[in-house]
Design a protein around this ligand. Structure first.
Ligand SMILES: Cc1cc2nc3c(=O)[nH]c(=O)nc-3n(C[C@H](O)[C@H](O)[C@H](O)COP(=O)(O)OP(=O)(O)OC[C@H]3O[C@@H](n4cnc5c(N)ncnc54)[C@H](O)[C@@H]3O)c2cc1C
Length: 422
């Protein structure tokens, strides 16, 4: 929406907040893991995030189950999400932060490294704690309540970012920048090409307000419940909307938030177990599944997913079904496919990587790799690459891919390569 009038903003001299090896924009599943990986690999790292906690969709939209550690059905011999994603589960277990999921409704889940099951219900409060602890322990600098606004460019290379927060408008420089905003905010500001499906143009995943209820009978499991005694319900549907249009996003928040009590009332009519249920929380953010996808040096496709593709520049794996493959849940007939590093490289912008749900992909492939588990793997790969590039003084497009793969394998990630050599 716009009045048609414009205003020419006067140029401003901005204070430079700092100079870093790596800056990460956005602290969702991908950005959090990128910060941990970059800092653990010795990079002077800064992560900025608009909320005062990490997790993005997983915590701000109270999305209480982490999926995608291995194929949901046989053949499921390979745990494809390892490394930082696995560490998150092990730390949650120590805190009593794991629960049941909608997928495999067991009460006890395997938690030995390499033996994780497809899905875990998680306590999203404990997830916030675990993520913050891992980022700060790794030594990354954190700036919360900070909204990325623009890039600083030299030609086609991004060399810094500009943000707004309570201190005003500030700039910062980095050798490598990681866009983990979910929406490709940094890449798009830098002029990267992208694609996006809005409204009803084509099959896409829709956006949903998730809410948490109390007052269920003990150990009662309803659809969407993630954790015993703190279940979350997939509530009013917002979309499909264009969630990078501020007016549309706000209207969707208003619509779904006003519908939330009616939603629970309607469920009560069909589920006597919900008779005493009360809404105790809606997240600060509507659950946004998808917005923009950058055009990278490679676009991962449905054929790659279904065919169990292998890539020389593999940097992560995924194995989850495609949610709506021509209208049905398409399970994979193999243990997992590799994701090439080139998917994180915007083809027409340098100096940066894109990690998480806005990576270069077609729609069906995204519906497989988009889970929180694989997104953490993408973040780990991006953060590790950024640290190696900063150390070597090279562009992300020039990273020594063998060194990156070796480092990822040494640090516990599953990228398929080691297994291929067996
Ligand atoms: C309704 C719904 C159900 C889902 N179900 C499941 C499920 O059952 N299991 C599963 O594993 N996955 C599920 N997913 C998918 C999964 O949650 C996401 O794909 C994943 O969490 C995306 O992580 P991300 O880090 O790429 O992006 P995001 O989680 O979107 O993180 C982006 C981060 O960047 C920050 N940010 C954005 N813009 C800016 C800016 N300009 N300045 C500063 N910070 C910024 C945001 O605050 C956020 O923290 C679901 C998603 C939804 C919406």
């Amino acid at each position: 929406m716009s009045t048609g009038r414009t205003y020419v903003e006067p140029a401003k001299e901005l204070p430079v907040y700092g100079e870093y090896d790596v800056i990460i924009v956005g602290g969702g599943a991908a950005g959090f893991a990128a910060a941990v990986a970059a800092a653990r690999n010795g990079a002077k790292t800064l992560i900025i995030e608009r909320f005062p906690f990490f997790g993005g969709t997983a915590t701000a939209a109270i999305m209480p189950q982490i999926n995608g550690f291995r194929n949901e059905r046989e053949p499921d011999g390979l745990q494809t999400t390892r490394g930082i994603g696995e560490e998150v589960i092990l730390r949650l277990k120590e805190l009593g932060g794991l629960g049941i999921t909608t997928h495999n409704k067991q009460k006890v889940y395997p938690t030995a490294p390499g033996q994780l099951s497809f899905s875990y219900g998680v306590d999203t409060e404990k997830l916030k704690y675990v993520m913050l602890k891992m980022v700060t322990e790794a030594g990354a600098e954190v700036l919360f309540h900070t909204y990325f606004c623009d890039v600083i460019r030299e030609g086609r290379r991004v060399v810094g970012v500009i943000w707004e927060n309570k201190s005003g408008r500030q700039a910062a420089y980095a050798k490598v920048i990681i866009d983990a905003s979910g929406d490709g905010d940094v890449a798009i500001r830098a002029g990267a090409a992208y694609w996006q499906t809005v409204h009803d143009e084509a099959p896409r995943l829709i956006d949903i307000l998730i809410y948490k209820v109390a007052g269920l009978p003990n150990e009662h499991h309803v659809h969407g419940a993630g954790v015993y005694s703190a279940p979350c319900l997939w509530g009013p549907k917002a979309g499909p909307i264009n969630a990078v249009d501020a007016r549309e996003l706000t209207d969707a928040e208003i619509r779904t938030r006003l519908a939330v009590y009616e939603d629970l009332k309607a469920r009560k009519a069909h589920d006597p177990q919900l008779a005493d249920a009360e809404i105790v929380e809606t997240g600060p953010m509507l659950g946004i599944r998808q917005t923009r996808f950058i055009e990278g040096l490679y676009k991962i496709t449905a054929e790659d997913v279904l065919g169990g593709a292998r890539f020389e520049d593999s940097m992560a794996m995924a194995s989850k079904p495609i949610i709506h493959y021509y209208g049905y849940r398409r399970f994979l007939e193999h243990e997992g496919y590799e994701i090439p590093y080139r998917c994180m490289l915007p083809k027409d912008v340098d100096g940066m990587l894109v990690a998480g749900r806005c990576m270069s992909s077609d729609q069906p492939a995204f519906e497989s790799w988009r889970s929180i588990g694989p997104c953490m793997c993408l973040g780990q790969a991006a953060g590790t690459s950024a640290a190696l590039c900063a150390r070597a003084g090279v562009e992300p497009k020039q990273v020594d891919i063998k060194a990156l793969q070796r480092t990822l394998i040494e640090q516990g990630a599953e990228i398929g390569q080691g297994r291929r050599r067996e």
